[in-house]
Ligand binder design. Structure first.
Ligand code: PRP
Length: 183
């Protein structure tokens, strides 16, 4: 497939095939955990939209889907630390078993904020699933219950992850060339 973005990618970190294989395993693990229950898959927009679409199809449970949109990077490469809700929940989550679906767990600011927020809204349980985990950058004491891949401290894009809102539609996880974000 032709791509306008390929020239900005330094290397492919995780291929489409590797993503699908791992997401299949994550779907299985969630099936095991929630069989007979009705979890609410809660995607954290925008980054999680591609992963969410594949994860819910990899887990054939009777479940519900919901989204919340937050941001803390505001086009910067380092988290501002302040999490802003851009689009709030559209349903009552009291008593629900939540599966929070994230594309990446980096400083932990976003998930630390969201975990508290969802507990105050009455969630019965919270299971955090992240496709990528970058533990080297963590500043908050937060861990994922399920994680797809641990990634090094490099600027990763694709499969939902952006740089200045671009590259979300790149089908694999790639590392951005430094000259793209250093100008
Ligand atoms: C990204 C990503 C996570 C968060 C992780 O979102 O989607 O939600 O950062 O980083 P953290 O662990 O340091 O909080 P971003 O704020 O860039 O918004 P986006 O999802 O719309 O790209």
């Amino acid at each position: 497939m032709r791509s306008e973005m390929e020239k900005d990618i330094l290397k492919v970190l995780i291929t489409e095939e590797e993503l699908q294989e791992r997401i299949g395993q994550l779907g299985e693990a969630l099936y095991e955990k929630f069989q007979g229950k009705r979890p609410l898959f809660l995607g954290v927009l925008k980054g999680s939209f591609v992963f969410m679409a594949d994860l819910v199809r990899a887990c054939q449970l009777k479940s519900d889907v919901e989204f919340i949109a937050v941001s803390s990077y505001e086009n910067a490469t380092v988290s501002s630390g302040r999490v802003k809700i851009n689009h709030d929940l559209q349903q009552d989550i009291t008593g629900r078993d939540l599966v929070i679906v994230e594309d990446i767990l980096d400083s932990g600011n976003t998930l630390a904020f969201l975990k508290d927020y969802f507990l105050t809204k009455g969630a019965a349980s919270i299971t955090i699933v992240t496709l990528l985990d970058k533990p080297s950058r963590r500043t908050k004491a937060i861990t994922a219950d399920l994680s797809g891949f641990e990634v090094p401290d490099e600027f990763v894009v694709g499969y939902g992850l952006d740089y200045c809102q671009e590259y979300r539609n790149v089908p694999y996880i790639g590392v951005l060339k430094p000259e793209v974000y250093t100008g």
